[in-house]
Design a protein around this ligand. Structure first.
Ligand code: ATP
Ligand code: MG
Length: 333
């Protein structure tokens, strides 16, 4: 169920979240999933790297290979489910679905066949992971006992590996180039390349992550994968407006400006405090100038952008809801 509300991604069902390591992919994926749930959607948040990041963020026990309800949206009651996908379980499920292997599948597992298939055969691992996401995205009323999701959010591998991860077709080797794995890969690719999918990139306002974002967008486009938005995470609040920033850069920030800002914030502008701030101002302004430069590079990429603040006390569950509300407000969901 979707609220009568326009967002930048109304037609998108599968949101893939990537970005440079440590920039906040998992945090943003979780916040986006909550934001979609807050719009009344039934949402599935998936992780594929075996790190149990979702369980940690939502403060629940480690997730099994089974969809678990972990939260409801802040209003309107959309439910959020989570799933940790690992290639071994996905392969066993796949075998039991296609070959009705049942217990025989478990035996394969014991003999190490599953390990072999998921670690040795290049590309098969990724087909299994994305294949499970595909399965969850394609349920309908006829799918027995299966929950239908309005939206799926995937906490995906980092930018450096994302095109390869999603571009499962070209990665298959040997036996997997023909037969059922191949046709599974083809079906998955059809979803991943369609308008139902958007690959969002998370970044921070620093040179390397922004460069990786630009490169990532280029790679995705080259692979025919749909680029979504850029989420700028960990944004510091703007203590100085642009004019004040320029003054501070030149060491010419007027004393009265600092006094005025402090008074507006209800802080007593004592002489040592004002002196201290004036002393720090050039360094702060310099950092701001660098960040503004990175922001311009991101704008030049010409995709929708969203900003999330650096939460001063880190991200707890309350913080996730705050970030979710920010994404809603900016039209990401
Ligand atoms: N907006 C924010 N404000 C404050 N802390 C944040 C914010 N976003 C992320 N963090 C913190 O930064 C750290 C890294 O975030 P996260 O785990 O989401 O990044 P990641 O890109 O998924 O990392 P990895 O590459 O290791 O998977 C975490 O401790 C997280 O709580
Ligand atoms: Mg992560």
């Amino acid at each position: 169920m979707t609220a009568a509300h326009e967002t930048d991604w109304d037609d998108v069902q599968l949101h893939v979240v990537t970005g440079k390591g440590g920039t906040g992919k998992s945090t943003v994926a979780a916040a986006l999933a909550l934001a979609l749930a807050s719009r009344g959607k039934t949402v599935l948040l998936c992780e594929v790297e075996g790190r149990q990041g979702i369980a940690q963020m939502f403060d629940v026990p480690p997730l099994p290979y089974e969809e678990r309800r972990i939260a409801s949206g802040p209003s309107e009651g959309g439910d959020l489910y989570a799933l940790a996908i690992d290639p071994e379980s996905a392969l066993l499920e796949y075998l039991s679905m296609y070959y009705r292997l049942g217990r025989a599948g478990k035996a394969l597992d014991r003999f190490g066949v599953i390990d072999f298939a998921t670690t040795i055969a290049p590309g098969v691992r990724d087909v299994l992971l994305t294949g499970k996401v595909y399965e969850a995205a394609n349920r309908n009323k006829r799918s027995k006992n299966a929950r239908e999701y309005d939206a799926i959010v995937l906490d995906a591998p980092p930018t450096g590996r994302i095109a390869q991860f999603l571009n499962v077709n070209s990665e298959l080797a040997g036996l997997a180039k023909v037969g059922p794995i191949r046709s599974q890969a083809d079906t998955v690719m059809t979803l991943l390349r369609s308008k139902r999918t958007a690959v969002h990139l998370v970044t921070v306002l620093e040179d390397m992550p922004v460069q990786e974002t630009a490169d990532g967008i280029h790679e995705l486009r080259k692979a025919g994968l749909p680029v979504g938005g850029v989420v700028i995470n960990l944004v510091r609040s703007k203590e100085l407006d642009d004019d004040a920033r320029d003054d501070a850069l030149n060491g010419e920030l007027p004393r009265e400006h600092v006094v005025k800002v402090l008074e507006r914030a209800g802080i007593k502008a004592t002489e040592p405090l004002v002196d201290g701030l004036l002393g720090e101002a050039p360094a702060h302004a310099e950092r701001r100038a660098l960040e503004d430069e990175q922001r311009e590079r991101i704008v030049a990429l010409q995709v929708p952008t969203y900003e999330l603040p650096r939460l001063p006390d880190g991200v707890d569950l309350g913080g996730l809801y705050e970030l979710a509300a920010d994404l809603c407000e900016q039209g990401m969901s």
